[in-house]
Design a protein around this ligand. Structure first.
Ligand code: NOJ
Ligand code: NOJ
Length: 634
């Protein structure tokens, strides 16, 4: 989060080219300006104003993506000899679309409780070099081909494989049994006051983590053929639904339904909203909760459940306050325009991830509401859907050839604009309707630039093969500039995460599966670098379409599968021998770090394994894994 300096600071408002983002610009005081560039500085006033104005703009430039301004203001003590004025200089990186107008200077002198302002309405011209673009991706350090046997074993359908362990450990964190938790809640990790490892305190039920975990339970539920385990999954999903409804009805919702998490351990507070200071709201939560529960409703009906039950127990919040789906959907439809904190809980802005999961909730929700006979809600969802869909162009940065993870204020220092959140957005938010699909060329370009960015960030990326000489993929973290080390923050403290590395594997499998289903690959200028890096042996050319029968197609699929397995092999390589997955693995030595037994780490292994099974033609994989059932606690 950006923090404000406690002393008096001049503040300039800048108008963005897009009207809805006016005034979201936040100033930071910086030491220097863009060096070595030809900057054009506009000077308006070089001396103290003779007319007694309290604050005036002296000069400004917008150069190389940095806005610099010098301000003369009436100071408490004299700064310009012979006058009562001080000279202030400020500079701030301007986020990606730049600015076109300076609106005013506002100066809040907190020491004397004064507020000075000058109206400007001055046009700003950009000068100097363009804001830095990302370097071109490096040459691939390996050319892995095809799915590999070691990963078959890693994810095999047996209790003792990593997939089997992930299943067991994930269920161990659902209804975790710490002092009578509320049924249907999920502890984010086995780290907190009730556990051996107390730091960090993840002993809460996070709305996001729970919904993503329960979506895996839903997939297992839909696939299971063994009646006893199917019933167990169904019971858990009904409990989850009740828990979600309880959260919605909590009297202490400070910011609506986007509250990030609930208490787990104090029995009198079970599943009540966490009321301490936190980055709130996080408006992805109502969307992913709705997605999971709609998927559940559909699977429940497919398993013989009645439409009436679905409507009354799951959907119709206006008739039954313990039916949560309609309420979350309407919240998404009416609140998607509000900025909220991102999935990493760090910055309030407009986030690609949040938008895309909200969009998917609206897609699924509009169909679902129609099926429930609620045309009024269906119409609201459909019109929100058209509006939200029209905003995604903002995220594409053609200079950098990436989808921005957020559009608006950015986290301090996060200037690569790269974040696995974009890929996770596609994984959790692709609505199967061609809108930001896995194979979207902008998504592919982003995935390439994001993945390769970590090569120079993490020392362990230098290790490119395992003991058997098999290629390791690039270790993937949240974003290159991350400083969160799993318990606190430190310089160069960010680490690769299991769930982020598994997400890259899933993304590769997802591409492979989509092309095989579609029957052809079309390459554009935007996606060419992605194919050059990940499938160099296919020799794909921009502007060409390759059909299933071509050698290029076969080779491209082989490259995608090969990289999918190398990313998974990185997860495998840094998984300790007991199979327990923390949140992160250390950037220097690969040792597990941060929250122990992170539920989302396990869920991410499972969803990646489901995608891999698809490309491996293992049509009964999910069913067979689901039928293993819930193993009693290890
Ligand atoms: C906890 C948040 O959940 C995490 O995402 C963040 O990076 C750290 N706090 C540091 O702010
Ligand atoms: C921190 C992560 O940044 C956030 O995404 C997650 O919800 C919480 N930890 C809980 O796992």
């Amino acid at each position: 989060m950006l923090s404000w300096s406690p002393c008096s600071l001049p503040q300039l408002s800048a108008m963005n080219v897009r009207t809805f983002l006016v005034n979201r610009f936040v100033w930071t005081l910086l030491a220097g300006t863009a060096l070595g560039q030809t900057c054009q500085t506009t000077t308006l006033q070089s001396a103290a104003p003779g007319d007694g104005s309290e604050v005036v703009l002296a000069s400004y430039s917008y150069c190389g993506g940095t806005l610099t301004a010098t301000v003369v203001d009436l100071g408490y003590s004299s700064g310009i000899p012979g006058t009562d004025y001080e000279l202030w200089s400020i500079a701030a990186p301007v986020w990606v679309d730049g600015i076109d107008t300076l609106l005013n200077i506002s100066y809040q002198a907190v020491d004397i409780a004064g507020f000075y302002t000058q109206q400007l309405n001055k046009a700003v011209e950009a000068s100097g070099d363009a804001p830095p673009t990302l370097p071109s991706p490096s040459k691939p350090y390996a050319v892995p081909e095809g799915l590999a046997g070691d990963i078959d074993t890693f994810l095999a359908v047996v209790n003792t494989s990593q997939a089997g362990l992930a299943l067991t450990r994930m269920f161990q964190n659902i209804n975790p049994g710490v002092s009578g938790d509320f049924p249907g809640t999920v502890v984010a990790a086995r780290s907190g006051p009730s556990y051996e490892q107390t730091d960090p305190d993840y002993e809460y039920n996070w709305v996001r983590d729970s919904s993503l975990t329960m979506d895996v339970v839903e997939t297992l539920y839909a696939a299971a053929s063994e009646p006893r385990v199917k019933q167990q999954y169904e019971d858990i999903l009904f409990q989850y639904m009740a828990a979600r409804a309880m959260e919605q009805n909590d009297p202490n919702l400070a910011t609506g339904l986007g509250e990030p998490k609930t208490y787990l351990i104090q029995f009198y507070l079970n599943n009540t909203i966490f009321s301490g200071p936190w980055g709130r709201p996080q408006n992805d939560g109502p969307a992913t909760a709705a997605i999971t529960l709609i998927n559940f409703a559909n699977a429940y009906e497919a398993a013989g459940g009645s439409l009436q039950d679905v409507k009354l127990k799951m959907y119709d919040s206006s008739a039954n306050s313990s039916a949560p789906v309609q309420r979350d959907l309407l919240f998404v439809a009416t609140n998607w325009t509000s900025s909220s904190f991102d999935l990493w809980e760090e910055e309030s802005s407009d986030h690609f991830y949040t938008r895309l999961v909200q969009r998917r909730a609206l897609v699924l929700g509009a169909t679902f509401a129609t099926r429930m006979g609620d045309l009024n809600t269906a119409n609201k969802l459909s019109s929100a859907l058209s509006e939200i869909s029209a905003t995604f162009n903002d995220f594409w940065d053609s200079g950098r050839q990436i989808l921005l993870y957020e559009y608006g204020p950015i986290l301090r220092g996060k200037t690569s604009y790269l974040d696995i959140a974009v890929i996770l957005g596609v994984i959790h938010g692709y609505a199967d309707d061609g809108f930001f699909a896995y194979t979207n060329d902008q998504v592919q370009s982003t995935a390439l630039r994001l993945a390769t960015a970590f090569i120079d960030v993490y020392p362990i990326a230098n290790k490119t093969s395992d003991a058997s000489g098999l290629t390791l993929g690039i270790p993937i973290g949240r974003y290159p500039e991350d400083v969160y080390d799993g318990t606190g923050t430190q310089q160069n403290g960010g680490n690769p995460w299991y769930l982020c590395t598994a997400a890259m594997a899933q993304f590769m499998y997802g591409n492979s599966a989509a092309y095989s289903e579609n029957g052809s690959i079309t390459v554009t200028n935007t996606s060419k670098p992605f194919f050059d890096y990940f499938t160099p042996n296919a020799g794909l050319e921009s502007g060409q379409t390759y059909t299933k029968t071509s050698q290029e197609f076969t080779r491209a699929i082989s490259g995608l599968n090969g990289w999918g397995d190398t990313f998974m092999r990185t997860v495998k390589f840094y998984t300790p021998s007991n199979g327990r997955l923390a949140e992160e693995f250390n950037r220097n030595d690969g040792a597990p770090q941060g929250a122990a037994d992170l539920t989302w780490s396990y869920a991410s292994i499972l969803t990646a394994s489901f995608s891999r099974a698809k490309v491996n033609n293992q049509t009964t994989y999910i069913r067979d894994l689901a039928n293993l059932g819930i193993t009693p606690n290890l």
